[in-house]
Design a protein. Sequence first.
Length: 412
Amino acid sequence: MSKTAWIGLWVASICAALAIGATTGGIKKDPGRSRQAPEKTEGKRQASKEIPVLLASLEKFRTALVEKEKKIGDLEAELAQVRAKLPPPLSPEEEKRRKEQDKWRKLNERGRARYEKSKELREKILQRKDKALRAQGLEELAALLQSDEPGEVLLGLTALLSIRTIPCDKERFKPQVFTALHHEDPEIRTVAFGCLDMLCSGEEQLDIALSLVNDPSPEIRRMVTRMVTSRIRGLARDSDQEAAVTSALRSLLQDNDMQIKRQAMDRLARIPEYAEEMENLAIELSKDPEYANEMRQWLDRRDTISKEVAKRLVEMFDEDRMAYLGGPIEGMDWTRRRLSDDARPIATDFCLRVVRDSLQHYQRWQALEHLRSIGDIWVLPELEEIARSHDAEGIEQELAKTIEHLQRLNRE
């Protein structure tokens, strides 16, 4: 029964009760029988007049309820249409990424606005005909960099970045840039850091970067990580600076920012004595849902896939309930990379399981292709058995190609 019907029934009951009450109220109990008859008649007449009025009111009330219920239904339908047009809600990871993108977009917009604002100053410095005008522009730039107003300092740093290729005495601005590196405004520190390559040698830049490893701004720490990881290649082995860089990278491994953590892991993984440690760290991080996708990609792209990495990548593939139903085929890419000797059997067994169990033809084709690449001939009997069964449907050509390839390897 609808809401309107229930309410109508409830109102009808009340009206009936009122009518009965009106009828009863019109009868006065009196000991004299001769006086009761006229009073009963009068009560009945009064009740008979009230009932049509109550019924009319009930009908109006019911009609109003029906109209309101229809309006509510129409509004709910409109709301459903609006909801259908809205994008699905973001996951926590996607929401975090969106906020980060918004932050960078606003940062870039402010940078472009400053660039446009500094146009007149830049033109004074960039023109070559009037040396006095250029000198005036450089003085104005110096005044901006020395200002106590953060907006003016940012404007000056932006102008300085735009003249990096102009041959002029930029060394004079070094003290102001170094001061800006320690400004309380993280945006000023970020722009100042970008000016270092035009003012300092590579070694000096590295020393400055190492001093900013624990900067509270993630933007600064990302820039530091990029500089440190790029400079370490040219450092002499066992030098003091290499030890400082390694120590800084290990510190950056504890960073809450996954981009920073991953950059540090990438660099340290290329140092032989730290490679295994970084792999173990990535394996542990991959068990945290927040880092799982990042770490899957990191493990998947190792130059050489070790036994422990192979085992974890297989576990991650199996943990995805949709994997064998047409899930992420990128979870198999690692089997075509360079495999350590003890990782080869794991990769082969994994590809064989995909061929046997997956419901996605393309996934099975890929697994067969990888089996040819790995080249373990011990899978031949099972592949030949699959070829003779109904399980070969959809992969007949790839399966025959793989069997033929492995048979040739076996003969050789």
